[in-house]
Write a protein of this length. Structure first.
Length: 199
C-alpha cells in the first residue's frame, strides 16, 4: 500500500486526474460557465469570478492534509473540464470521501465521470487501503444521487439539517458508502458501464 493520500496523477482512456493548480484557472472558469453550473442552488460550484479563490481554498485544505483536490482533464481536447476531490480525509480511521465534483455541462453524459470514479475508488481501495469511501450530496440533488447509486454505493442515511447553504437554506445530506468487500462488484459494474454500447 502507498502512503496516505498525496498528490498523484491518475489516467484512464478519456479522463485524466491531475493535481489541482492555479494554472488551470482559465479552463475551470470556462468549464463552470458551460451550463452556468454555479447557479445551481443545491450545490456549491464557484462562479468564474470566484474560481481563483476556490482553487486557493482547496489548495489550503490540501496543505492541511484535509483534502486532495484534482482537476479533471478531457484527454480528447487537453482541456480541464471540472474538478473532483478526496475530502474529509481521516487517516486514523482510514476513511475518505469522494466529492466536491462537477463537470462542464457539455461532458456530463460522457464516460468521464465513470472513469474518474473508477480511478479514484481504485486508488483509495487498492493503493491506499481505506476502510470506507463515502459520497455525500444534497438529498434533493436527484441527478447526483442517481449517479452515486449507479456506482453501486449504498445509502447509509440522511443527515438532517446537516449544512447551511449560501442561500440560507439548510441541507439534508444523503450519505452513501462503498466498503472494501463491495469494491470488486462496484469495480466490475463501472467497467461494464464503460464497455457497454452508448445510445
Amino acid at each position: 500500500m502507498s502512503k496516505w493520500f498525496a498528490p498523484i496523477t491518475l489516467e484512464a482512456e478519456t479522463a485524466k486526474l491531475v493535481p489541482l493548480s492555479l494554472d488551470h484557472l482559465a479552463d475551470l472558469q470556462k468549464a463552470c460557465a458551460d451550463g452556468e453550473l454555479y447557479k445551481l442552488w443545491y450545490t456549491g460550484i464557484a462562479s468564474p469570478d470566484k474560481m481563483e479563490a476556490e482553487i486557493d481554498r482547496r489548495l489550503g485544505l490540501q496543505a492541511d492534509g484535509m483534502m486532495l483536490p484534482f482537476s479533471v482533464m478531457d484527454k480528447r481536447t487537453g482541456k480541464v473540464i471540472g474538478q473532483t476531490t478526496f475530502l474529509n480525509l481521516d487517516p486514523t480511521n482510514r476513511r475518505a470521501e469522494i466529492g466536491a465534483t462537477w463537470y462542464a455541462r457539455s461532458v456530463q453524459r460522457s464516460p468521464i465521470n465513470t472513469e474518474c470514479k473508477l480511478l479514484m475508488l481504485g486508488h483509495a481501495f487498492d493503493e491506499i487501503g481505506v476502510n470506507v469511501v463515502e459520497f455525500r450530496t444534497h438529498h434533493l440533488n436527484h441527478q447526483s444521487r442517481r449517479a452515486i447509486e449507479r456506482l453501486g454505493a449504498r445509502l447509509d442515511g440522511i443527515l438532517r439539517n446537516h449544512m447551511i447553504l449560501p442561500n440560507g437554506t439548510t441541507r439534508d445530506t444523503a450519505v452513501y458508502s462503498v466498503l472494501p468487500h463491495e469494491w470488486p462488484a462496484v469495480k466490475a459494474n463501472l467497467q461494464w458501464q464503460l464497455e457497454k454500447p452508448r445510445d
